[in-house]
Design a protein around this ligand. Structure first.
Ligand code: CA
Length: 234
């Protein structure tokens, strides 16, 4: 599973704590730097998916970081934190390559919404969406559609169906499915796989007793037939 990485460059510890806590809670992998020099190095070397960047920083300020990152042609969305009332800073930051800004003191909900919007755009541009037959998988957003309709899935059901969508028309043994979807958790058995497949079929098969997508392969495991996508509305 990929967890997107957020790099926060912010020297004020109260603000950094709030940001770190909020992004971590949302499931992001958070890294931080408290001065511009360290931050720039991390931005260049750790391939974050989003940069939250304060302007006033020790050593190298946020404007300079923006400018240098764009000079490197790094494809990294930048959400800038600016002091309230300093429109000139906002304009300068945007001109130097920031993608969006939030003014301090920020409301964390709004900041997260803006960050998520930038990440969504990045995901779309990265083409993270996989189309296989009747199914569309967005692994980053953890959503799956069948014939244009989203399927409501639990976390584990998503992992299982995503694995099937990524391995269509192949015979998958229960051991392979177990290893990829459950990892090496000791208390999961072949029987569990069968139970999860039954649950999944109820959600995606027109007739769960005559499955057309999740086919059993006798004595071995399963094969996923993704359909021809004829009904896809997109
Ligand atoms: Ca600062």
């Amino acid at each position: 599973m990929t967890h997107e990485r957020i790099l926060i460059i912010e020297d004020e510890s109260a603000s950094l704590d709030v940001l770190t806590e909020a992004f971590s809670t949302e499931g992001y992998n958070v890294q931080s730097a408290t001065d511009g020099e360290d931050g720039l190095e991390k931005a260049l070397n750790q391939a974050p998916d989003l940069l939250v960047l304060d302007i006033m920083l020790p050593k190298v300020d946020g404007f300079e970081i923006c400018r240098l990152l764009r000079e490197e042609e790094l494809d990294l969305p930048i959400l800038m934190l600016t002091a309230s009332g300093s429109e000139a800073d906002v304009v300068r930051g945007l001109n130097l390559g920031a993608d969006d800004y939030v003014t301090k003191p920020f409301r964390i909900r709004e900041l997260l919404a803006r960050a998520n919007a930038l990440l969504r755009r990045r995901r779309r541009e990265a083409g993270n969406v996989l189309r296989v037959g009747s199914f569309v998988l967005d692994e980053t957003e953890r959503r799956i559609w069948k014939d244009g309709a989203e399927i409501a899935l639990t976390r584990r059901e998503f992992d299982l169906l995503a694995f099937l969508v990524k391995h269509p028309r192949r015979v998958l043994t229960r051991a392979v499915i177990l290893r990829h979807v459950w990892g090496y958790e000791a208390d999961v058995t072949d029987r569990n796989v069968d139970r999860w497949m039954t649950t999944l079929r109820r959600k995606i098969e027109p007739d769960p007793h005559e499955p057309t997508y999740v086919k059993a392969v006798r004595a071995i495991g399963y094969r996923f037939e993704p359909g021809d996508g004829g009904g896809t509305a997109s």
